[in-house]
Design a protein around this ligand. Structure first.
Ligand SMILES: *Cc1c(COP(=O)(O)O)cnc(C)c1O
Length: 221
């Protein structure tokens, strides 16, 4: 199967309100160009350096999403172009994003990463920590940060019940936040959940943005 075929097949079955992030990490420019020529405009990467390199070489109407674990000291390298940062997991990083946004005079869109998986290896904030951040005074002073929603990664499991449970808990929390918000720089619009193996379950449980890599570009070695 070609990238074009994979992409069109996935898009054909994706509900219209679901945003597709094509996860191109580790894949060459040529692969991204093929997806671009098939109409894809949102790409996700997990390393800032690799993403910036690709940004420099590819058409400027691509929207680049940083989906990986963030390192504060590297945020500056993508601040001038990144479209959405999915994996924000501390006030410290929000402050650094704000600082870099200010330098470039652009508001940077972010998602807070919630920990929904049971595995120790998955990063993210607990629901309580997310509420603490949203209720903090600091958040009101971050003029160059726009929090657009939440991101979550489910456990690596074939147990569909567990996946449903993890996704639906995050959706319930997302809705709850939505009903209790009144900070100008925070809106709960985007709920980023679902990857190649579990995106159909994620969509059934309230996701409106899926991050799909291997099902489009083939497996990573
Ligand atoms: C790699 C990655 C994906 C895509 O994974 P696939 O299983 O290849 O679809 C999605 N989200 C995050 C955060 C990732 O790191």
């Amino acid at each position: 199967m070609s990238i074009t075929t994979n992409l069109l097949e996935i898009k054909k079955n994706l509900p219209l309100n679901i945003e597709l992030v094509a996860v191109s990490k580790t894949k060459p420019i040529l692969f991204i160009e093929e997806a671009y020529n098939a109409g894809q405009r949102i790409f996700g990467e997990n390393k800032i350096q690799e993403m910036t390199d690709k940004y420099n070489k590819l058409p400027k109407d691509i929207q680049w999403h940083m989906i990986g674990h963030l390192q504060s000291n590297k945020i500056k390298y993508m601040a001038h172009y990144v479209d959405l940062i999915h994996g924000v997991d501390s006030i410290k990083k929000l402050k650094e994003i704000n600082k870099q946004g200010k330098k470039h005079n652009r508001i940077i869109n972010c998602l807070l990463q919630a920990k929904i998986a049971t595995e120790e290896t998955k990063f993210g904030l607990s629901f309580i920590e997310i509420e603490q951040i949203l209720n903090s005074e600091i958040i009101k002073n971050l003029e160059f940060v726009n929090i657009k929603g939440l991101m979550g990664m489910a456990s690596y499991t074939s147990d569909n019940n567990q996946l449903e449970q993890e996704f639906s808990l995050l959706k319930i929390f997302f809705n709850k936040l939505n009903n209790n918000l009144d900070i100008p720089s925070v809106e709960m619009k985007i709920l980023s959940m679902g990857m190649s193996g579990d995106y159909n379950i994620a969509i059934k449980n309230g996701s409106n943005m899926v991050r799909i890599g291997s099902a489009i570009f083939g497996s990573r070695t």
